[in-house]
Design a binder for this molecule. Structure first.
Ligand code: GLN
Ligand code: ZN
Length: 713
């Protein structure tokens, strides 16, 4: 067995430095190019990546980190877990990923606590596993043809089965992994990387036993490459001694999020993730070297804390960033260079200990009056009908609006002209809502490209990039803002749009803000302050905006917090603390409002169950939630909130227009559980991705259904 190369990365971005893969995918999906053309673009991206990693001096190159859509889907294909209904499709892979006319895609969900989404493998009693090693084998050969020996990366059997909820199939699946190992060994592959991020979560004794079984058995395989089991996104905890007790040759640990293992790992190679794959900051060499020096193992390899999939390609492409900020940043290319430099510097002299920072405690949340007092003040002031009808904030983002924004950025449209177009759109949105007969209106958010980026562009302490795209799922990418300094709000942000909208109508117009946790969750965040402190700074900026909206005569303000669950720590022991400060930050942002001002919040995922107590803790006067899909379950749970509730009456994710009858039925169901005084009527989420035609037809039916019910009161 040859020793593990001295430096490596666990994975690399794959969308292409200029989103070449995105364009190739969309062109293929729209029938404008062939599958062969798509494959050619993929091969180019892979070749460029290997060449670049080698040029930068990286010793251990990974392969099979590329994917046309998702690495979990690739693993399902590798193991033959393709549900029968997709096999007849023209392109079964993309049918699973995106669905076809008559076929829904596989379910998609978040990859641990990242903003990446994977497809959930579907494994049932009918699933017959069968190995199809074409992809990992193909990439090994492709790299070899270019002169590179690589280490194929494959999702490990335990994580794969845990994600699929099918750990009971371990025995069969291990047979396939043995087969894969033997195929790779026959190909001359020396090391293989099996990713097991699920091991950084709390695991039951049974699951830990499965880890032992899996790696005992794969370790005992007759013909196999050396095994490198990679963990990331946190500490291995109890899984570490289990893995260390098996014959695997190398173990990967995340030393950015997790601590240096206390155990003596002599006999093993430790692949030490000291360069963060989750942020965009340069690594502090002293800190990294100290961590490397503290690992007790036979061989220590310098690596990234996880795949670099979660960061953009290259800081050098950002020509409009402040040079002082740029000097602090590291994207994938820079991180690879850091890994190489650290592996060269490792163990040369004892590094100084990192300076310790004193942590200020959380800012106390100021409290609002008890709900009963607020509710009475609001009822007198707002005078809304029973079952008030509203929407979640955004109205359709038209092509003209997007074009106008692009022209403004390009300098071909003046600011005044742009603002006039936004005002015209606001007026249109107000008139549509009046015509429909809604009770609480919105301005429609036409000025926003995105609910986080828009605020980042208007707050001090943030920067936005031009090419800093990160894959979210398939061809979808986001460009997270960079929160690099102390956050403050130099001037009101939304007040002019909300007051303009309010000036057009006698109905109340709801102000629309993004909450502090969501702004932070969807940004790259400075790492020199505890996350909690950063969130509180953002909360203070939102608080300023809430107060200014109120002072400008806006009497209902919605502060969205759809990412509340996203930052939930992976280990249960850390969750209560997080939820406590996250809720405190929200209350800090909203508690500057007087009793007469009604605070709304909106959350839009169906798996809110885990954090219901925290949502209740936000203490919003009205909570609007997704419910068209999660239905009665969520209603029962939120009943206890004791404040206003708007369980969505239809699913906005589909173009389908709901009938008045079905909305009425849903409302009746809601009224069986909740007292009528507390029920609001609204769609599941914002209407941004729909057309005006769909919105008007759907909301007309919502109004008709609500009126029928009001007539019975
Ligand atoms: N107010 C936002 C909108 O309507 C909320 C979006 C969201 O929940 N993600 O678009
Ligand atoms: Zn939503």
């Amino acid at each position: 067995m040859s020793p593990f190369p001295t430096s490596t990365v666990l994975g690399y971005p794959r969308i292409g430095p200029r989103r070449e893969l995105k364009r190739a995918l969309e062109s293929y999906w729209e029938g404008r190019s062939s599958r062969a053309e798509l494959e050619r673009v993929g091969a180019e991206i892979r070749a460029r990546t290997w060449r670049r990693l080698a040029e930068l001096g990286l010793a251990g190159l990974p392969s099979n980190t590329f994917s046309l859509y998702d690495q979990v889907l690739d693993t399902a294909v590798l193991l033959g877990a393709v549900p029968a209904r997709y096999r007849e499709a023209e392109d079964p892979y993309f049918a699973m990923a995106r669905g076809t006319e008559g076929l829904a895609p596989l379910r998609m969900t978040k990859w641990f606590d990242t903003n990446y989404h994977y497809l959930v493998p579907e494994i049932g009693p009918e699933t017959e596993f069968e190995l199809d090693p074409a992809k990992p084998l193909g990439e090994v050969r492709e790299a070899r043809a270019l002169g590179f020996e690589t280490r194929p990366v494959v999702l490990g059997p335990v994580t794969f089965l845990l994600l699929a909820g099918a750990l009971e199939r371990l025995d069969e699946v291990l047979g396939l992994y043995e087969e894969l190992l033997s195929v790779l060994a026959a190909e001359g592959v020396e090391w293989v990387q099996l990713d097991e991020p699920a091991l950084v979560r709390d695991r039951t004794a049974e699951e830990l036993a499965a880890v032992a079984t899996a790696y005992e058995r794969l370790g005992a395989a007759g013909s196999r490459p050396a095994l490198f089991v990679a963990s990331y996104f946190g500490d291995l905890g109890e899984s570490l001694p289990v893995l260390a007790g098996t014959p695997v040759e190398a173990i990967g640990v995340d030393l950015v999020r997790g601590g240096v293992p206390e155990a003596d790992l002599t006999g093993k190679t430790v692949v030490a993730g000291v360069v963060s794959g989750r942020d965009v900051w340069r690594t502090q060499p002293e800190r990294a070297l100290a961590a490397l020096g503290a690992v007790r193992a036979s061989h220590v390899v310098v690596s990234t804390s996880c795949s670099l999939l979660h960061v953009p390609y290259d800081v050098a492409a950002e020509d409009s960033l402040d040079p002082a900020l740029k000097a602090r940043l590291a994207f994938a290319e820079q991180k690879v260079a850091e890994v190489v430099a650290l592996s060269q510097a490792a163990f040369r002299g004892t590094p100084p200990a990192a300076p310790s920072v004193a942590l200020p405690g959380p800012v106390p949340a100021e409290e609002r009056s008890p709900y009963a007092l607020r509710a009475a003040a609001q009822a007198g002031h707002l005078r809304l009908p029973p079952l008030p009808i509203t929407t979640i904030g955004s109205f359709p983002q038209t092509g003209e609006l997007r074009a106008a924004r692009a022209a403004l950025t390009a300098g071909t449209l003046s600011r005044e002209d742009y603002e006039r177009r936004v005002e015209a759109e606001i007026e249109r949105v107000i008139r549509v809502q009046e015509r429909l007969g809604l009770d609480v209106l919105v301005h429609g958010e036409p000025e926003r490209n995105d609910m986080v980026q828009y605020f980042a562009e208007h707050l001090d302490g943030f920067a936005v990039t031009r090419h800093g795209w990160v894959q979210s799922y398939g061809s979808r990418c986001t460009r997270p803002p960079i929160l690099h300094g102390d956050v403050s709000r130099p001037a009101p942000i939304t007040v002019r749009w909300s007051t303009y909208a309010q000036s057009l109508t006698g109905k109340p117009v709801k102000g629309m803000l993004t909450g502090p946790v969501t702004i932070v969750a969807w940004s790259f965040v400075r790492d020199d302050l505890p996350l909690r402190e950063v969130v509180f700074q953002v909360a203070d900026a939102v608080r300023d905006e809430v107060r200014d909206l109120e002072a400008a005569g806006i009497s209902i303000i919605q502060v969205d917090e759809p990412a509340l669950r996203e930052l939930l720590p992976l280990r249960r022991s850390a969750q209560a603390d997080y939820l406590e400060w996250a809720v405190a930050a929200y209350r800090r942002a909203t508690s500057g409002a007087g009793d007469r001002t009604q605070i709304h919040t909106h959350l839009c995922y169906s798996d809110a169950d885990e954090i219901l107590a925290a949502i209740d803790g936000l203490d919003a006067d009205v909570t609007t939630i997704e419910s068209a899909r999660s239905g009665a379950r969520i209603l029962g749970a939120v009943e206890a909130f004791g404040r206003g509730l708007g369980p969505g009456v239809y699913d906005i994710h589909s173009p389908r227009v709901p009938g008045a009858g079905e909305v009425e039925e849903l409302l009746r169901r809601t009224l069986r559980v909740l007292p009528v005084e507390r029920v609001w009527v609204n769609p599941d989420c914002g209407l941004k991705t729909r057309t005006y035609e769909q919105v008007e037809a759907s909301m007309a039916n919502v109004v008709a259904a609500t009126r029928r019910l009001r007539a019975e009161l």
